[in-house]
Each structure stands twice: as C-alpha cells, then as structure tokens.
Design a protein around this ligand. Structure first.
Ligand code: SF4
Length: 434
C-alpha cells in the first residue's frame, strides 16, 4: 500500500511541476547528503514494524543536521506514522515542516507551496473518508503492471498488529469505481493488476454487498486484463466462494498468500487470529483440491508472548505438514501501541533466534524441493523487464508468481510466453521459450 501511495504522490508532484528523484541509496551516492541535494524530502512511513519507525527517527535526526546548514530544506512525513503520532511529531522533531495523513496525499503540492511561502509548519491529517487515491498521474514502475488498492483499514484485532490503529476501520472502494479504474489502467496498456488491501478478502464493495469473489469476477470480464493478483488475505475470510472463483478463472494468479502466524492454537488465540490450526489446514486442503497448481505462501511469527517449546514445535510441524511454497518468518518484537504490548515478551532473544533460524532452514529446504518439482515443466509466464546486466535476457513471472529468466532475441515485454523450466539458480528459474 505504501508503494502505491508513493507512486501517487510522485505523480501528483510531477504534475505540479516538481522533479522527483529517488533516495540517495538508489542513485548510487550512499556517502552524499541524505537529502540527495533535493529541496524537499518526503518520507512515506510504515508503522507495521517498530524497526522501520526507528529508522525514520534516525533519518529525521540526520536531515535535521543537514537542515541547520541548509535552512531552506523542506522536510515532510506522510503515511502511517503520521496517522499514529499526529502533530505531536512537530514537538519532537521541530525540523519537520509538514505532515500529510494517509487521506491527504492530494494536498501534497499545496502544502509544500504553503510551507515554502510561509516558512511555517503545516499539517493535513483528515479523519474521515478513505485513504485511497486513484490518480491518472500515478508514477508506476511498469507500463504493464499496476497496484490497485480496493480497501483499507482492518476490523480484525490481531494483538501484535498496529494497522487497526493507524489505518482505522475497514473501508472499501465501491465495486463500480474499482472496475472503472481497472478499465482505465487496461486502456493505458496495463495487463496485470494486483489488488491491495490490509485485509483484501474482507472487501465489501457496495451497499448491495459485492463480496471480494464478486469483485474478482467483475474484473475477470475486462477483456485485455490478463492477470489479477491480490494481497493480503486473512484465513477467516478465505471462503469456499473465493476458492471456487479462483478455480474457474485462469486470469486469477495461482499464488495465494495466507498468513498462518503460528501452528499452536494457544498462540493463535493469544494473537486473536480467529482461526485454529485445524481450520487453517482444512482451507488449504480445499484450495489445493480445487486449484492443484496453486502456490501457497505464508507469514510466521516466532517467539510471540507465551510461546513455549511445545508451541514452537507445533509451528515447526505446521511447516513440515503444509509444505508452503514460501514463508516470511519473523522473530517477534513488541510493537508499541499494540494490544500485545501489555503481554510479557517472555521468549528470550536467544530462543527466538534459534527457533527463527531452524524454521528458516526447514522452509529453505521445502521451498527448494518444491521449486525443483518444476524442472522440465512448461509454464506460462508474464514478461516484465529486460535483465539489467545481460543483454538478450528477460525477467518473467510464472502464474505462481515465481521469477524466471530466459533468453530471447525478441522484446516480449508485456506478453505472456510459454517457457520450459530448465534450471534453478537460488530461487530464480532459468527457462527457454517453447
Ligand atoms: S488481519 Fe492483518 S492487518 Fe488486520 S489486525 Fe490482523 S495482521 Fe493486522
């Protein structure tokens, strides 16, 4: 969602006459000033992990030092941290010039103009409405792929998560508006759309109650739209209707990301995940039955409050039983402001590290074994971009969202090709056109 918001912000600023540059790390001058010489620095912030927040504080400190030498430098923050801390941030960081809430991205050019003119701090932090902006000026990375947020906020209450606090209750974009935006993107050359939402599969698109599967069906009718993917889903909203919709529509991506978080029912309850391990596996089994070529990935938190050795072993068993195609495995760290802040952080750092490393090793082996099952197979893949270093080679994504590199004299960007998987390099397939 943050990537999308940054793309919208960059597009609106360019339209207003600003030249948008990337952060210094990506322009190849890590030793240069953090501002990269820009007149205005905007950080689009995410609050999900405390570590990310700490980095923003650190960068604000460095930019404050730079601003002492260059008082005209304008510093602004946007995103979830603005929602979480509001204009208290001005007190803590007097070097900040402006704050933009998640519902106010459109105000960016005006607020920068005002700060430049008045040299006074300014904030635009709306509390009503939806924090999703559709804009024809969005500066996308690819001409063929677009992110499309369809809902925001979350009505679940996972105890480790800050999202309900920063993004508020669930709000969905009406289905007809989503479809119009998708049609606009497709008429501009987009072939693949990724639907976004903190809890995307609990989407309710209108008073008439379009469900998420209903929205998928409407989008599948857009003729030149060739692939639709979505993220992130919650197990309790992963329904039979959704699975049936995926099964009958080959346009819908064959990758399904469904966070499990823990294999222990006791820990799932403590996390307030609203599902047991048994319910989760029943859904996975049904999905695999209906969509045999589906690739299932997950998120795991290891070392959550109260996790005993027995709970940990249940998670370890879950990886071995379910055999995910991939998993993001994190060590738990307390996120200030979440309900879990009140629970004891009682798994030692040493145990967290041991458990994390063991799970990572298990998952690496499973992912490798599952990847190897594809060797020799012919897959359909969407060609994304040229290899940055090797001329005549191209990057594509399979229907299961795996990366595959292949040689071709023709520029096939934006097209689907059929490729035979001939080798595996780390987690990337090597292929040849068939
Ligand atoms: S469902 Fe997802 S976004 Fe909502 S509270 Fe849980 S982890 Fe956070």
């Amino acid at each position: 969602m943050n990537v999308y918001d940054s793309q919208v912000a960059a597009g609106l600023l360019e339209k207003a006459g600003f030249e948008v540059i990337r952060e210094p790390e990506s322009t190849g001058d890590p030793k240069g000033p953090l501002s990269g010489g820009a007149d205005v620095v905007i950080m689009n912030t995410c609050s999900v992990r405390d570590h990310a927040e700490q980095r923003v504080w650190g960068r604000l400190g460095m930019l404050g030092v730079e601003k002492k030498e260059r008082p005209d430098l304008i510093l602004g923050l946007m995103g979830c941290m603005v929602e979480e801390h509001g204009d208290r941030l001005f007190k803590r960081f007097p070097q900040l010039d402006f704050l933009i809430g998640t519902r106010n991205v459109r105000d960016l050019p005006t607020i920068i103009g005002d700060v430049g003119k008045n040299r006074a701090q300014a904030a635009a932090i709306g509390k009503s409405g939806i924090s999703i902006e559709y804009s024809e000026f969005t500066k996308r990375d690819s001409p063929f792929h677009a992110w499309l947020p369809v809902m925001t906020g979350c009505d679940k209450e996972c105890t480790f998560c800050i999202v309900p606090k920063t993004r508020g209750a669930e709000v969905s974009v009406p289905a007809d508006k989503v479809v119009r935006e998708a049609e606009r993107l497709v008429s501009g050359g987009v072939k693949w759309i990724t639907l976004l939402g903190q809890n995307v599969n609990s989407y309710i698109g209108s008073e008439k109650g379009n469900s998420f599967p209903g929205l998928l069906e409407m989008l599948c009718h857009i003729g030149d739209l060739e692939r639709i993917s979505f993220t992130t889903s919650h197990p309790s909203d992963a329904t039979e209707e959704l699975f049936q919709m995926i099964a009958k529509n080959p346009k819908i991506s064959r990758r399904f990301h469904l966070p499990l978080q823990s294999g222990s029912d006791k820990i799932l309850k403590r996390m307030k995940r609203y599902h047991t391990y048994g319910e989760y596996t029943a859904k996975i089994n049904r999905l695999r039955e209906l969509v045999p070529d589906v690739s299932i990935t997950t998120d795991i938190i290891v070392g959550f409050s109260g996790e005993t050795e027995e709970d940990y072993l249940a998670t370890k068993r879950s990886l071995e039983e379910i055999r995910f195609d991939g998993a993001f495995i994190y060590k738990y760290s307390v996120r200030p402001g979440t309900p879990a802040e009140k629970l004891p952080d009682d798994v030692s750092p040493g145990d967290k590290a041991l458990r994390n490393n063991e799970l990572l090793a298990i998952q690496r082996t499973i992912t490798d074994e599952k990847n190897r099952e594809n060797l020799g197979k012919v897959v359909s893949a969407f060609v994304e971009e040229a290899h940055p270093e090797r001329k005549g080679e191209w990057f594509a994504r399979t229907d299961q969202d795996r990366r595959i590199v292949f040689p071709s004299l023709a520029d096939l960007r934006g097209k689907f090709v059929r490729l035979r998987v001939i080798a595996l390099r780390h987690e990337t397939f090597l292929g040849e056109v068939v």
